[in-house]
Design a protein around this ligand. Structure first.
Ligand SMILES: Cc1ncc(COP(=O)(O)O)c(C=O)c1O
Length: 403
């Protein structure tokens, strides 16, 4: 190998990578069955991989995609993610991430006030953000159990298992919100409330925040509504929480893996979830050790769009969900589960099974969920460039065939 290996410097190959990104080739040759002994070189590797990566991806930026909590990402995040990969900063040590550490602090300082929290840190997803919040609850306040509704995300049950804490599951009301009347004693518990449940986007009664020894709000999906002066009221009550989890790779349009956990008393929480090590200048806070600079693409997006630009896109997706729900409500072949509260529209055809309807619309248009043993079609309006008129037309067409 050369002393000066050009694999580690910027070359024309990067231009080719961008050309392939624009061209999105889809005709592919099979990849080798086994690890090649000799490589083909970077450009040839990109050429042979691109048709697989682009051709066989789920196209989250398609105008007919309105299925999951995974948005298309703005191009400024592609550029900054590339910068991140080239720099490979490690947030574990400030010495290996001088600006990236500051950038994360800046983003956390900008966003925390919208959630009425003091601070926190980035995690690779909200499963980790939830685990971190519940870990802080256990070790900062000595809670002895976790209480969450039936509709809470599976990451809450995982966290309870990992932390060795019993999980009490509370029933939900007709709108999939935690049923307040079913709650018992909260004095030594961590109460988990969800702002935007995974299946239906329902918001638990957040006025309960502050009633338990620790309240954690899983705002993985609906948290970004706190940035909207028009819709922040949907999450009122969040100010009394002790910790909040938010996924930036959902409704803040960030590439994976981008989420954050915020705390009301960040010093108290950080004391409980920090570990020192002889090789560390500062204690390691949270579950992850080495982690990348996920805050930089978000910082770039916030600079490019501002709060108003983020909120415009979120509010636009809310209006897409409303439009779809209004069209479905007035369609005699459809049953709307409820008006969408946080851009998740749940419905089912009257004359077809959910699976049959899904097989008749373009792949990736919708997802599905089960509520009280009944199958429903689920549509998450995470895609601001979706064409909801055409999406509704496809549903109407698919359901008419058998009506
Ligand atoms: C309400 C809720 N909480 C937590 C999560 C977990 O987030 P992640 O997939 O980022 O780990 C999800 C994921 O869909 C979710 O819907």
């Amino acid at each position: 190998m050369n002393n000066y290996d050009t694999s580690f410097i910027a070359t024309d190959g990067l231009e080719r990578a961008l050309e392939l990104l624009r061209a999105k080739p889809s005709i592919s040759q099979p990849l080798p069955d086994a690890l090649p002994e000799r490589g083909v070189g970077e450009v040839q590797a990109l050429e042979s991989l691109a048709p697989h990566v682009f051709g066989r991806a789920a196209h989250l930026d398609s105008p007919s995609t309105l299925a999951h909590m995974d948005p298309p990402t703005p191009w400024i995040t592609w550029a900054t993610a590339l910068w991140n990969a080239s720099l490979n900063q490690n947030l574990l040590h400030e010495a290996t991430s001088p600006f990236a550490t500051q950038a994360e602090k800046l983003v956390i300082d900008w966003l925390s006030p919208f959630f009425k929290m003091q601070g926190g840190h980035f995690c690779s997803g909200s499963s980790l953000a939830n685990l971190t919040g519940l870990w802080a609850a256990r070790d900062a306040k000595g809670i002895d159990r976790i209480i969450a509704s039936e509709s809470a995300h599976l990451s809450i049950a995982k966290a309870a298992r990992i932390l060795g804490l019993p999980l009490e599951v509370v029933p939900v009301d007709d709108y999939q919100r935690l049923d307040v009347s079913a709650l018992g004693d909260l004095s030594n518990a961590c109460l988990v409330l969800t702002a935007g449940t995974t299946a239906t986007g329902s918001i638990d009664p957040l006025h309960l925040a502050g009633c338990a020894k620790w309240t954690h709000i899983d705002a993985a999906w609906a948290g970004p509504l706190c940035l909207s002066s028009k819709y922040a009221h949907l999450l009122s009550g969040i100010a009394a929480a002790d910790s909040v989890a938010v996924s930036a790779h959902k409704w803040l349009f960030q590439p994976k893996e981008s989420a954050f956990v915020l705390f009301k008393d960040v010093e108290l929480a950080n004391r409980a979830i920090s570990f020192g090590g002889s090789y560390l200048a500062n204690p390691n806070v949270g579950v992850q050790g080495s982690r990348g600079a996920a805050a930089i693409p978000l910082l770039a997006t916030l600079l490019a769009w501002g709060r108003a630009g983020i909120v415009e896109r979120i509010e636009h997706t809310l209006s897409l969900a409303d439009k779809l729900a209004t069209a479905l409500e007035s369609d005699n072949n459809m049953v709307l589960w409820a008006k969408p509260e946080t851009a998740i529209t749940v419905f089912r055809p009257k004359n077809l099974s959910v699976e049959e309807l899904l097989s008749r619309v373009p792949e990736g248009m919708f997802s599905s969920c089960t509520i009280r043993n009944e199958r429903w079609v689920r549509s998450v309006a995470a895609n601001p460039i979706a064409n909801v008129e055409n999406i509704y037309k496809a549903v109407a067409e698919a359901s008419r065939t058998n009506a």
